[in-house]
Design a protein around this ligand. Sequence first.
Ligand SMILES: *Cc1c(COP(=O)(O)O)cnc(C)c1O
Length: 425
Amino acid sequence: MSDKKLGFDTLQVHAGTAPDPATGARQVPIYQTTAYAFKDAEHAARLFNLEEVGYIYSRLTNPTVMALANRIVALEGGVGGIACSSGHAAQIMALFPLMQPGCNIIASTRLYGGTLTQFSQTFKRFGWSAKFVDFDDLDAVRDAIDDDTRAVFCETIANPGGVITDLDAIGTISNDAGIPLIVDNTTATPYLCNPIKHGATLVVHSTTKYLTGNGTVTGGAVVDSGTFDWAASGKFPSLAAPEPAYHGLTFTETFGPMAYTFHSIAVGLRDLGMTMNPQAAHYTLMGIETLSLRMQKHVQNAREIATWLEGDARIEAVTYAGLPSSPYYDRVTRICPRGAGALFTVALKSGYEGCVETVSKMDLFSHVANLGDTRSLVIHPASTTHRQLTDAEQVKAGVGRNVLRLSIGIEDAADLIADLDQALS
Ligand SMILES: *Cc1c(COP(=O)(O)O)cnc(C)c1O
């Protein structure tokens, strides 16, 4: 099947899969196996030398997990990729082939809270660092890149306020500097945006969110565009210099555009072990089959609810980029033409206490630290996820004391509005 010519709705059901060659099973089987029998000693040796592609051990590859990875690759328009155990694992997996001790990345100040912590704290243990910059200040992004920079990192629809990043502008800056742009596309999903079309080299996902869609399993994915020249600058020796662990094989020479993907499997998954299990891959494959249908409803509901909130006297501000009043509204048609997602913040006139009370009175909205569920979710960052920050830091992160973050689900919009109305009163 040539995935290239098919539409999104067809790909989300078919890409990466075919009837099982052994049994004809139409749905992707859950290959609940750790190991795979070698045909003979010669076959085993070729697999271990990367002279032949095949299954060895499920820490590296598993047919169910590969089916999921290949489906996400097709939806993102990449050439290869991997699935792994969580979104945070995907971020480490994405950077691992690029980084060495002493290297840095340029990261947006507007990121998922856990990502800010991973980049600012845990990176140090690897000898890596992150420079955080306001990605609306293009000169600041350009100026932050130095000789030790190995990647630029941002989110398409950035947490927590649903701000749309100008991927075209950031992509141009990264490409001019010869540095790969990595885009976390979790909150947009490939249905609303394909970052590769806007200059991204790599796309990462927390499949925990919209791709699975119903809050059942954690997972992550990394997709490679196959377009970056890893050998050009001498900055990426893991990919473009002889690899001691494989008898001096050079990934770019041996695998061409698939160099990054093969490195991620043969070195990244082999040695870091951030592997997705086949059960999780199964749940996420089920979820992806209905991704476009769910995203249309998520976006339609978010638009209706944000519009209602903006018109309500108890509300100070709504950040949804899909509202004409948003400063990011013009970016929606260019970056996310099918909609601005379903994640935004709302500031209440009743302040911190009003937020705490409103959250406790909600019935349909669940108070959880998650997003991208079929269910509508709410969180008060100042009293939970961003509790450790000072008031000034909270405001800078877009989550002042009177701000609630909403992740709009696929229920009836009228019921969600009624729930908000009673909780606010
Ligand atoms: C949830 C999330 C992550 C982390 O993913 P996990 O699967 O929870 O590890 C990273 N980025 C974004 C935008 C997220 O929403």
